[in-house]
Design a protein around this ligand. Structure first.
Ligand SMILES: Cc1ncc(COP(=O)(O)O)c(C=O)c1O
Length: 117
């Protein structure tokens, strides 16, 4: 499904990697902490001439995540009280909240963290 070769580097205890693998990515489980995984991914990008795409702390990634907010608002054109967003590093909620602030500032945006991860 991916049109570019993708290596998805993920912390060893994050279970969602199977979905990414099913879409055609090569999955590498590495590291016991986010910092360890990211450092390895960045270095591997340098070594292999690949682009390192940060998972959440990047303006373009956050802008892309904002399209989730756009989809929600388009699918719910009527009154909308709140949107609840799962939070890992914060990119998804940053993108959704930034979009909401522009187009539907009255909508509350709440984040929830999974304490099992
Ligand atoms: C299933 C799931 N949970 C949580 C998140 C939030 O991740 P983050 O806060 O690191 O952007 C995402 C991001 O896409 C996600 O797909």
């Amino acid at each position: 499904m991916f049109s570019v070769p993708l290596i998805y580097l993920v912390l060893v205890f994050i279970p969602q990697w199977k979905s990414v693998e099913r879409l055609g990515a090569t999955v590498v489980l590495f590291g016991d902490s986010y910092d360890e995984t990211q450092a390895y991914a960045k270095q591997r990008g340098v070594d292999e001439g690949r682009v390192f795409v940060p998972p959440f702390d990047d303006p373009e990634v956050i802008a892309g995540q904002g399209t989730v907010g756009m989809e929600i608002v388009r699918q719910h054109p009527g009154p909308l009280h709140a949107i609840f967003v799962p939070v890992g590093g914060g990119g998804l909620i940053a993108g959704i909240a930034a979009y909401l602030k522009q187009v539907r500032p009255e909508v509350c945006c709440y984040g929830g963290v999974d304490d099992h991860v």
